[in-house]
Design a binder for this molecule. Structure first.
Ligand SMILES: [Zn+2]
Length: 320
């Protein structure tokens, strides 16, 4: 009898030991215990995944998060601090010309790799990359359109295409635009943004400086106005040619404008540069540009300037 009860007891002890005690937490699959897990911290991560990318943009000047749609509607200008974000050439054109009035010129013109340039990447590969990235053939769009009542020969550069660099296509398209303006008696307007001449094309890009300025000289002989609008950034070969010879030179607020960059100048001259050097505001104070015009006022201000300048041109034509 005693033996039987002892055996029964032994069986029941064995069965208890086979099941882990309820108070012991089961080991986590990654070896961590529940004490090191912080499930509450995972919630924001999951929420972050729910927000689609590319809907908000942080303003680099005031750090405000701006809804992309609002930024687009505001012509890529921060509604809080008026910081001017880069804007594509098509968007700029749409904001400027009257609806359906723009006839593009030389839309299919593309660069040729005359020098068969190969560096870090081949020029042909770079061109193909930027053409698919931007949907543009090169760094400028040109054509005839209307701003208010004025027909104008309008060129708009795009920094997104190889840094807005001026190669043979940019030079040729602008030259043809200026010549069309001369032939048809139209004012020429060019919105510049560029890192300078396109080094992939060597001398072929540098000669565009003389070519565009030559065409502008013929345009000026007809007493026709040329308005140059400098946007952020406008540098080097472009600034040293057609961008700086406008009858009227405008700039967008805080645009950086210059020939060589500040670091190169500082290293060459070994001199400290003044604060705000090469900004549109600095250049306005020093007489290089005539006015700073915020992007949202650009169209109305251009209409005003064109009214005035074309009235003068008509008076000259009548007198001669
Ligand atoms: Zn801002």
């Amino acid at each position: 009898m005693d033996t039987t009860s002892f055996r029964k007891k032994a069986v029941s002890v064995d069965s208890v030991e086979a099941v882990p005690p309820a108070v012991t937490p089961p080991p986590a699959s990654n070896g961590e215990t529940s004490f090191s897990k912080k499930p509450s911290l995972r919630v924001p991560k999951a929420r972050k995944r729910d927000i689609p990318q590319g809907i908000w943009t942080k303003c680099p000047k005031c750090a405000t998060m701006i809804y992309d749609k609002e930024l687009d509607e505001n012509l890529k200008v921060c509604p809080k601090c008026q910081h001017h974000f880069p804007i594509g050439s098509r968007e700029r054109l749409n904001a400027l010309v009257e609806t359906c009035s723009f006839e593009e010129m030389d839309a299919g013109m593309t660069s040729v790799d005359v020098l068969q340039f190969t560096g870090v990447a081949a020029y042909t590969a770079k061109l193909a990359e930027y053409q698919s990235l931007t949907g543009l053939k090169d760094a400028v769009i040109t054509g005839i359109g209307k701003i208010g009542d004025h027909r104008v020969a309008l060129g708009v550069m795009d920094f997104a295409f190889l840094g807005g660099s001026m190669g043979s296509v940019v030079g040729e398209k602008l030259t043809r635009l200026i010549e069309a303006g001369t032939d048809r008696g139209l004012p020429v307007l060019i919105f510049s943004t560029s890192g300078g001449a396109r080094m992939y094309e060597g001398m072929f890009s540098l000669m565009q400086m003389a070519k565009t300025c030559g065409a502008l000289a013929y345009h000026a002989r007809q007493k026709l106005p040329y308005i140059s609008i400098l946007t952020h950034p406008t540098y080097a070969g472009v600034m040293a040619s057609y961008a700086s010879v406008g009858d009227l030179i405008l700039a967008e607020p805080a645009a950086l404008i210059g020939f060589a960059g500040p670091r190169v100048i500082r290293d060459t001259t070994q001199a400290e540069l003044p604060p705000g050097f090469q900004t549109a505001e600095f250049l306005l104070d020093h007489g290089l540009i005539d006015a700073i015009v915020p992007r949202k006022e650009m169209k109305s201000r251009l209409k005003l300037y064109l009214d005035f300048m074309m009235e003068g041109q008509r008076a000259i034509a009548k007198a001669s």
